[in-house]
Design a protein around this ligand. Structure first.
Ligand SMILES: Nc1ncnc2c1ncn2[C@@H]1O[C@H](COP(=O)(O)OP(=O)(O)OP(=O)(O)O)[C@@H](O)[C@H]1O
Ligand SMILES: O=C(O)C1=C[C@@H](O)[C@@H](O)[C@H](O)C1
Ligand SMILES: [Mg+2]
Length: 188
């Protein structure tokens, strides 16, 4: 793994892992930054949450309502398996993608994985008015974010080839950090 500040060359995945994947918590900016990154790298952009919705014809909250989180996770694993086999892609994932070991394995082995590591306080500011994230529709969403961060941060790190620390900086500054790190990790 390399950090964005001091990225070291790690070219072991270059030839067999063309998909660039963003992982991180809800509100880390995977969708926002991923779309712009794809545009700049002349790659296609796909968001796995959007792909699940396109395949089912309903929103993420509806899938959680009807099939529960387990049903959503099964669909997510299928989509991740499909998308990570594609080339010329920037893939923004859902925040819980790292929970399943099978997802972690395909991400780590097939892709260049970038973890957008944003502190819980900032995640809370960005997601507090959004009703589209079923896991945050609880009495204490801020506490939930903190608990999920504690649980998931080691999992994100375990799949990441690059960790990009974020804070209150703009999406543009996040993008610049990612591009810098990628220069050292793969050919685009
Ligand atoms: N660097 C940033 N600075 C300020 N706001 C940001 C930044 N990145 C994203 N945002 C805003 O935060 C919100 C959440 O961002 P986004 O939807 O991209 O997160 P995500 O990582 O895709 O979350 P999820 O896992 O729920 O899909 C959006 O309103 C977006 O505009
Ligand atoms: O963090 C999570 O577990 C989730 C994040 C979203 O991207 C969606 O995938 C869904 O709301 C679950
Ligand atoms: Mg997203």
């Amino acid at each position: 793994m390399v950090s964005a500040g001091a990225a070291k060359a790690d070219t072991s995945r270059v030839r067999r892992a063309p998909c660039i994947v963003l992982v991180g918590m809800m509100g880390a900016g995977k969708t926002t930054v991923g779309r712009e990154l794809a545009r700049r790298l002349h790659r296609r952009f796909v968001d796995s949450d959007h792909e699940i919705c396109a395949r089912t014809g309903v929103s993420v909250p509806v899938i959680f309502d009807v099939e529960g989180e387990a049903g959503f996770r099964r669909r997510e694993s299928q989509v991740i398996d499909d998308l990570t086999q594609q080339t010329d892609l920037v893939l923004a994932t859902g925040g819980g993608v790292v929970l399943a070991e099978e997802n972690r394995t395909v991400l780590r082995e097939r892709c260049t994985v970038i973890y957008l590591d944003v502190p819980p306080a900032v995640l809370w500011e960005r997601t507090r008015h959004d009703r589209n994230r079923p896991l945050l529709q609880v009495e204490d969403p801020r506490g939930r974010i903190e608990a999920l961060y504690r649980e998931r941060d080691p999992l994100y790190r375990s799949v990441a080839h690059v960790v990009v620390p974020g804070g209150r900086g703009s999406a543009k500054s996040m993008l610049r950090k990612i591009e810098k790190a990628l220069e050292h990790t793969c050919e685009n």
